[in-house]
Design a binder for this molecule. Structure first.
Ligand code: KIV
Length: 286
């Protein structure tokens, strides 16, 4: 049974922490499901870690639908949330169209959007139409050219504004809020004041859950992960070693072996080549 937004609410109430992880394709979704990760985010971080862009901004709704549907096909258990891409929710009509594609074509169960303020009517409309919405405050990557990649809301006015934004998103109907690159004490204070779960990334242990990027936790991305991430394995090194072994196996002809190959009757090959079959070795006399 898939995790639902009601399950997340119960987890917060019971003090059970929520692990959320990004996924972008069918294989990662299958593995995450086997690891019982309850929430998968098809993040627009796709733009950087999968498509090689510098920011999330070039990611289109078509990109999101394609990758989100692969994740949906790979996962039976997780709640799947997909990011609404940059400028796809600038007004209610656009947001409804984009969320509709993600829910109807890709089959995700919820969408995420960044910021509060002017987006609150969009959140209200989506929720009214039955679309579960996750908010995202603090460092919001779609505004990277305005705010830079840095910890947000360190001063009192910005911290107050962030608390107000989180309360406004909850009031507008969000079922959870991501807090990215926010001081740990502020994130804990927001978490205490909200009845919906907070999911932190670079926001300390006081949130109701954590979200990490697939490539960061697996050590697939760069030599060093950002401070807010932890490399739980060095899968990139494992893959590199495997690929070197594969290339060496090809080069010294130790791969493929008979076990990796198929046989055919020698007569059939001889006939296909138009030559006489090679003489069979004589059977030893009984
Ligand atoms: O796109 C993404 O991966 C995200 C997470 C970092 C929260 O929005």
């Amino acid at each position: 049974m898939r995790t639902t937004i009601l399950d997340l609410q119960k987890m917060k109430q019971a003090g059970r922490r929520i692990a959320m992880l990004t996924a972008y394709d069918v294989t990662s979704a299958q593995i995450a499901d086997r690891a019982q990760i309850p929430v998968l985010l098809v993040g627009d971080s796709l733009g950087m870690v999968v498509l090689g862009h510098e920011t999330t901004l070039p990611v289109t709704i078509d990109d999101m639908v394609r990758h989100a549907s692969a994740v949906v096909r790979g996962s039976q258990e997780a709640l799947i949330v997909a990011d609404l891409p940059f400028l796809s929710y600038a007004n209610e009509a656009d947001a409804v169209r984009a969320a509709g594609r993600l829910m109807q074509e890709a089959g995700v169960q919820a969408v995420k959007l960044e910021g509060a303020g002017g987006n609150l009517p969009v959140v209200r409309r989506l929720v009214e139409l039955g679309v579960p919405v996750m908010g995202h405050l603090g460092y919001t990557p779609q505004s990277t050219h305005q705010i830079g990649i840095r910890v947000q809301a360190k001063g009192a006015p910005a911290a107050r504004a962030l608390i107000d934004d989180a309360l406004a998103l909850q009031e507008a109907g969000c079922f959870a809020v991501v807090l990215e690159l926010v001081p740990a004490t502020l994130a804990a204070a927001v978490t205490e004041r909200l009845t919906i779960p907070t999911i932190g990334i670079g926001a300390g242990v006081g949130c109701d859950g954590q979200v990490q990027v697939w490539h960061d936790v697996l050590g697939l991305w760069g030599e060093k992960s950002p401070r807010h991430a932890k490399r739980f394995a060095e899968v990139g090194q494992v893959i590199e070693a495997a690929l070197k072994a594969y290339a060496a196996g090809v080069s010294d002809a130790s791969f493929p072996t008979d076990a990796n190959s198929s046989a055919m009757p020698p007569e059939a090959l001889a006939e296909a080549l138009g030559v006489a079959p090679a003489a069979r070795p004589k059977e030893p006399a009984a």
